[in-house]
Write a protein that binds this ligand. Structure first.
Ligand code: SAM
Length: 428
């Protein structure tokens, strides 16, 4: 499964059979046809009538084009327009990534195979599936962006076994099932999802082995040799592990490497200064990465921008929140959080730096899911676009947003974006 995920980051290749030469000859052919037409027009004395007809065509096309624009704008709601102005999106310009988007460097500079076009095609397919979800209000669980991300990645990888750590009422189990209808799932979660059925909607999967309730075992304590044997898995690189258990992601990475798993998805990849566990985004937030490393000076450019943005975005953090004692900005105010913020440890910058070097030494691929759509379309108010990569459906593309069926979803389902990340790892 994995081989097809990867592609090297390199310039557009020139094929061995001389594609470039082919393109050049095509251009040459166009020039000679144009030259021949011009020669004919001049020779026959039809130059002025042709120019006049050309001018009329340009005027008519331009009129039709602008009228269509007016129709599109009036079709989108006035609410949509006022929101654009509210966030300062004059001229539909948004500010995704304006404060930098830290990312983890990989061993060989490889990235994923899929493109934005694949993601848009995926969205078209996933929206009607999402509408059939059994748990409509999944508060404290995944919203639309990450549900789509998990479904898309899983379907692309086509694993032989899916492992999930942290199921809550079972929404993510249901998403995995939609991606792979016949593949076995192993779910590790302290409270069995069936317990939630008594109070309301929940999802219990028939083709899933639950380590839950009295049978619960933490991912780090599972005898994976025994479990893989029981499920007939010979090659652990054919397994996908999904973590949504709010544990220190460095700890989970080490446990996954030890067990020999290579494909990992982490749901909550919290930004620096936020969240209840140490994340990859936090670990790779280093001075040598764009948007990485921070100064605790309130009056710095970053300090002033953050203070302004905090007024608009609920999850944005200003310098006061970012910095702890001794100007410690890494992790969350110098803390490496774990287990839903129940267990924290202060770490030095040197330790934080060492952690990022370790992560980089085992990473083959690091891919953060972009937000599904810009906030002027989704009306989300939580995550700050300044710390996120450009969305799949960019602000201003209301036609596409509507065509994909996204305009029919409630705004609240877009509020849970926390940079879900897909990692491919190996230890050499
Ligand atoms: C945010 S919820 C998961 C949401 C779920 N994936 C969804 O999409 O709806 C976190 C879950 O992790 C569970 N959890 C807590 N500690 C855990 C651990 N050590 N291992 C696995 N799950 C754990 C919690 O009981 C809770 O069900």
């Amino acid at each position: 499964m994995l081989e097809r995920v990867l592609s090297s980051r390199r310039a557009t290749p020139v094929s061995d059979d001389g594609d470039e030469a082919g393109d050049e000859s095509k251009t040459r052919k166009h020039i000679s046809v144009a030259t021949r037409v011009t020669n004919y027009v001049i020779r026959t004395g039809h130059l002025w009538p042709c120019l006049l007809i050309g001018l009329v065509i340009v005027l008519v096309t331009s009129f039709v084009y602008h009228t269509r624009d007016l129709v599109c704008i009036s079709a989108s709601s006035s609410d949509h327009l006022s929101r654009l102005r509210f966030f300062g999106f004059e001229g539909l310009e948004t500010d995704f990534g304006s404060l930098g988007v830290p990312w983890c460097r990989t061993k060989h500079d490889r990235t994923v195979e899929w493109t934005t076009k694949d993601l848009i095609k995926g969205l078209e397919e996933f929206v009607p599936i999402y509408e059939t979800r059994p748990i409509k209000n999944n508060m404290y669980g995944m919203g639309f962006d990450h549900s789509f991300g998990l479904w898309f990645i899983t379907r692309w990888l086509k694993p032989e076994l899916m492992i999930e750590s942290g199921a809550f009422k079972g929404h993510s189990t249901w998403v995995l099932r939609q991606a792979m209808p016949d593949t076995r799932i192993i779910s590790l979660t302290p409270r069995h999802p069936e317990k939630y059925l008594k109070k309301g909607p929940a999802y219990v999967d028939e083709n899933c082995t639950y380590f839950a309730g009295k049978d619960f075992v933490d991912f780090g304590n599972v005898d994976w040799g025994k479990v893989m044997k029981k499920h007939g898995i010979k090659d652990r690189s054919q397994v996908l592990v999904f973590f949504d258990d709010h544990q220190n992601e460095l700890k989970r990475l080490k446990q996954a490497l030890k067990a020999g798993f290579r494909h990992l998805v982490f749901e909550d990849n919290y930004d620096t200064g936020t969240g209840d566990h140490y994340s990859f985004r936090q670990m790779c937030d280093q001075f040598y990465i764009r948007g990485g490393g921070h100064s605790c000076i309130k009056d710095s450019d970053e300090g002033r921008i953050r203070a302004r943005r905090k007024k608009f975005w609920e999850k944005a953090v200003d310098i006061d929140e970012l910095c702890g004692p001794g100007e410690a900005w890494w992790g969350v105010r110098g803390q490496m959080r774990d287990d839903f913020n129940h267990s924290n440890k202060a770490i030095s910058y040197a330790e934080h730096f060492k952690n990022s070097r370790f992560v980089e030494s085992v990473l083959d691929v690091y891919w953060e899911l972009p937000p599904v759509a810009g906030p002027s379309l989704t009306h989300q108010t939580r995550y700050d676009p300044a710390r996120a990569s450009s969305p799949i459906v960019e602000d201003g593309r209301y036609g596409l947003f509507r065509r994909l069926g996204l305009s029919g979803l409630e705004a609240s389902v877009f509020n849970g974006y926390t940079q879900m990340v897909y990692l491919q790892v190996s230890q050499e």
